[in-house]
Design a protein around this ligand. Structure first.
Ligand code: ZN
Length: 263
């Protein structure tokens, strides 16, 4: 029996490398919901270093990189300790994940091998269904389709979606480029097609990012453009102010747990 008695479900979107002000300025569909008073729009300062693998671990584990020990993108195959997926599984809930293969490594403690692991669920890590990609240029459109397929197949309490588009465009062309802002625009247009479906199915939606992006095509340091990420809350009820959002990335794990598990 499912013990998650809050009756809530959540789509958590981690748009990789999406700077806070790029989300604010270029995601017009999400801003329409915000202007209608049905969203809560914040930004967060990411933890340091402002790098992907350390912050993936922080977002799901709730500790700083210094504390969970993943401080470099080069720590392949290393586990990050317990995560939000463990919390939900312990409460009888289910999670599905469509994400970059570094998440597979952080959750499983194994090196990712495409032919073996591409669609491997990780029940021991609280993930009941999964799809992992391993090229940075994997299109966000395909990843969103993977994620929606998982949702329709297993109806998880938590659907975690991790598109790479903004980060990839930022590394190629920089955080001030038209390619980078175009990525945010495209993601917004894709979400315009999916969000109504998720809301109709009873899913609340939270969008955030791991880190920002400098014009020099990198991130990692403490500058605001590398550090400020969006935190956009889009509940299916439209009552956006009912919820107290976390004020740092360290609070995301407990926010998800408190939202999905009744107390
Ligand atoms: Zn990056």
């Amino acid at each position: 029996m499912n013990k998650l008695t809050s009756g809530k479900k959540l789509v958590l979107i981690l748009a990789d490398g999406l700077r806070a002000e790029i989300a604010r300025n270029y995601m017009g569909y999400l801003q329409a919901i915000n202007e209608a008073g049905r969203a809560q729009w914040r930004s967060l300062n990411c933890e340091l270093p402002s790098l992907s693998r350390p912050l993936y671990a922080t977002l799901i584990n709730g500790q700083t990189p210094l504390d969970h020990g993943i401080v470099s993108n080069a720590q392949a195959g290393q586990r990050c300790g317990s995560t939000v997926f463990d919390d939900l599984a312990a409460a009888g809930g289910s999670s599905a994940v469509a994400a970059y293969h570094w998440f597979f490594e952080l959750l499983s403690g194994q090196r990712f091998e495409p032919a073996r692991h591409r669609h491997e669920a990780l029940p021991a890590a609280g993930v009941q269904a999964a799809s992992w990609y391993f090229e940075d240029e994997y299109p966000d459109s395909h990843l969103l389709a993977d994620a929606e397929h998982l949702r329709r197949s297993v109806n998880p309490d938590l659907l975690f979606i991790h598109p790479m588009g903004p980060d990839h465009a930022g590394h190629q062309f920089g955080g001030e480029s038209t390619a980078y802002s175009m990525c945010a625009r495209k993601l917004d247009m894709m979400l315009a097609l999916l969000l109504p479906t998720w809301h109709a199915a009873g899913y609340d939606v939270l969008l955030t990012s791991d880190h920002g992006m400098h014009a020099d095509r990198m991130h990692g340091g403490p500058l605001a453009i590398e550090r400020e990420v969006p935190l956009v809350w889009l509940p299916c009820t439209g009552n956006a102010m009912d919820c107290v959002l976390p004020d740092s990335q360290l609070g995301l794990r407990s926010f998800v747990v408190h939202h999905l598990i009744a107390h």
